[in-house]
Ligand binder design. Structure first.
Ligand code: FAD
Ligand code: NAP
Length: 548
């Protein structure tokens, strides 16, 4: 198949080689790759700008939980050379500037259509093409369709009784107003204590007259020790970048700064354990999770880490009753994504912050004046819903995706998502998922996980085109074996013990299936590479359909 001029349509004006849904980290790189391959492509993005997560989540305090140097694209040395991060953990505005810079630098905007939501994607077996519909009434066809729709892009709507009756303003952290929010002089209620709340509460408390935090499950959080980027770090990265990027790819969670130890905690003395955890707490961020080898697989090993952080909470929070409420007791540390904070626990020492435990005493309704739990009504001027996302399957679930024989993806996934490698779904030819369920995705440095997926997908598209095949599809046998393996590996860890969004526990009625692959990024990448090297083992190629 002869390569085609960049940005030109191959078939009809409404036909592309590749349609990409979403213009975040994934969609932008995917577009760059397919354009480099000489394919025509169109990106559809629901938002009014590029950036995905970093376009939508503009709440105060939003920033990355992995050091900026690591949470960035590695595919272009020129991009790496010219972009200068200003903070150890980049803030949302800086990340958004970065992704806009990427869109400009690689001249991507011409192929991106903003404010357009893809509503359907239907595979036509007669032509081997996807027919894609948008909320603007467009119908476009493409040989390949890439869902770069994000794992955390569909916010969970508050489903409390009376939500609409509230007289004041309310905000979801994942859909924060672009112009920002001024809470000065206001009494603010924050519902939720996940990462978004843990980042935003300290900032809101500095502005509001009072903040009431409604906590159902406390979270483990460790200090970021954020600061302006140390010039020494910049020089060091410049000199050793290739090596550091390689080390990240070899690290279990794709995070070099985790500095994963191979040592069991049971081989260390109590003094060594204490010293190690203190040193990692002082270093900040995810490094605490890498202190010993057995933290995610052994309950006793995990309990030592959990107890260390619990003691830290008790030492920071002056009121022992509040401290006790903030200590997580119902799940092992790290089995939910560890929160990385700036001054979260100390915020509860402020006179203008109170904590309401809604585990035993749940929120029963939102009233015109505030939030009513079973025991009391709390009057507030504004409500912040930091209640999370319909994770991993939410965005693709909102699109009417129909594969071979008109089978709906939603129906295929009724009992939980099933994929091969988190990349493709049996029965849905030429449809790719970036960081789909069944891949390491959200358990990783996602920037790295995304690059690996985009590169694999590009290789697969090239393979199909070079062979002039009509379609490629995961076989049911390969998919079944992969799903079984993903579950088996998860069951060997402590992760299923937490009621997390990793198993869909946060969305009522969602099937409880552990969605990400937890066998580690290097193992996963190796499997993907081997599959490709062996001629896309586990995938079936089809000759072009007669109408194609
Ligand atoms: P997204 O950035 O979510 O982009 C997907 C885009 O697709 C969105 O813009 C959405 O509008 C669009 N879209 C979805 N459906 C449709 C449709 N039907 N039609 C058109 N457009 C559609 N990961 C980390 O590794 N480290 C972090 O520190 C970190 N922090 C995070 C903080 C927050 C607040 C959140 C919510 C997530 C965070 N993540 C983090 C995960 C983060 O989502 C990924 O790191 C990464 O940004 C995902 O990029 P993406 O392009 O795959 O998805
Ligand atoms: P989340 O982790 O799902 O947290 C949602 C919070 O809302 C939880 O505390 C949850 O309590 C609470 N909640 C939900 N429904 C509730 C109800 N009906 N009543 C009371 N409380 C309720 O969502 P998130 O904080 O937005 O984070 C999601 C993910 O995004 C993170 O895990 C992380 O991967 C990513 N993220 C990263 C960063 C970062 O540091 N860079 C920042 C934000 C987000 P329960 O736990 O009891 O359900």
């Amino acid at each position: 198949m002869a390569p085609q001029a960049v940005g030109r349509d191959r078939t009809t004006p409404a036909g592309y080689d590749v349609v990409i849904v979403g213009a975040g980290f994934s969609g932008l790189y995917m577009l760059h790759k397919v354009r480099q391959m000489g394919l025509s492509a169109r990106v559809y993005e629901a938002g009014s700008g590029v950036g995905g997560t970093w376009f939508w989540n503009r709440y105060p305090g939003a920033r990355v939980d992995i050091e900026s140097q690591e949470y960035s694209y590695s595919f272009s040395p020129e991009l790496e050379d010219e972009w200068q991060w200003t903070e150890r953990y980049a803030s949302q505005p800086e990340l958004l500037r970065y992704l806009n810079h990427v869109a400009d630098r690689f001249n991507l905007r011409g192929n991106i259509q903003l404010e357009t939501r893809v509503t359907s994607a239907i595979f036509d077996e007669r032509s081997d093409r996807w027919s894609i519909g948008t909320d603007r009434g467009e119908q476009i066809t493409a040989k390949f369709c890439v869902m770069a729709t994000g794992c955390l892009s569909v916010t969970k709507d508050p489903d409390f009784k009376g939500v609409e009756s509230f007289k004041g303003p309310s905000y979801h952290t994942g859909r924060w107003p672009h112009e920002g929010v001024d809470f000065t002089g206001m009494q603010v209620g924050v519902i939720g204590t996940g990462s978004s709340a843990i980042q935003s509460i300290p900032m809101i408390a500095e502005q509001a007259s009072h903040v009431t935090v409604f906590q159902r499950t406390p979270n483990f959080s460790v200090p970021a020790h954020n600061a302006p980027v140390d010039p020494g770090v910049v020089r060091d990265w410049r000199e050793h970048r290739a090596q550091y990027r390689k080390e990240a790819r070899q690290a279990g969670f794709g995070i070099r700064m985790l500095d994963q130890s191979e040592r069991s905690v049971f081989d260390a003395t109590p003094e060594e354990i204490k010293r190690t955890y203190e040193e990692r707490w002082a270093r900040g961020g995810f490094s605490l999770a890498g202190a010993f080898a057995d933290i995610v697989v052994n309950k006793e090993a995990n309990a030592i880490a959990s107890a260390f952080v619990a003691d830290k909470i008790r030492s920071i929070v002056k009121n022992p009753e509040i401290a006790e409420k903030l200590v997580p007791k119902t799940y092992p540390i790290v089995t939910k994504r560890l929160c990385i904070d700036t001054g979260y626990y100390a915020t509860f020492n402020r006179d203008n912050v109170s904590l309401i435990d809604v585990a035993q005493n749940p929120i029963i309704e939102i009233t015109p004046q505030g939030i009513r739990t079973r025991d009391a009504e709390y009057k507030v001027d504004a409500i912040v819903y930091a209640i999370g996302f319909d994770a991993m399957t939410g965005a693709v679930g909102k699109i009417d995706i129909q594969g071979r024989g008109g089978v709906k993806l939603k129906e295929s996934w009724a009992e939980g998502p099933r994929t091969y490698l988190g990349l493709m779904v049996s029965g849905f030819p030429n449809l790719f998922l970036v960081t789909g369920p069944g891949s390491p995705s959200v358990l990783c440095n996602m920037a790295l996980a995304i690059e690996q997926h985009v590169e694999w997908i590009s290789g697969c598209i090239a393979y199909v085109n070079e062979r002039q095949a009509g379609a490629i599809e995961a076989t049911t046998a390969a998919q079944d074996a992969w799903v079984a393996s993903v579950n088996e590996i998860a069951d060997a860890t402590l992760f299923p013990l937490a009621n997390s969004w990793y198993i869909g526990a946060n969305v009522p009625g969602k099937p409880r299936v552990f969605m990400p692959y937890i066998g580690g990024f290097p193992t996963y990448e190796q499997i993907c590479n081997e599959v490709a090297t062996k001629g896309y083992e586990g995938f079936a190629l089809r000759s072009p359909a007669r109408g194609s």
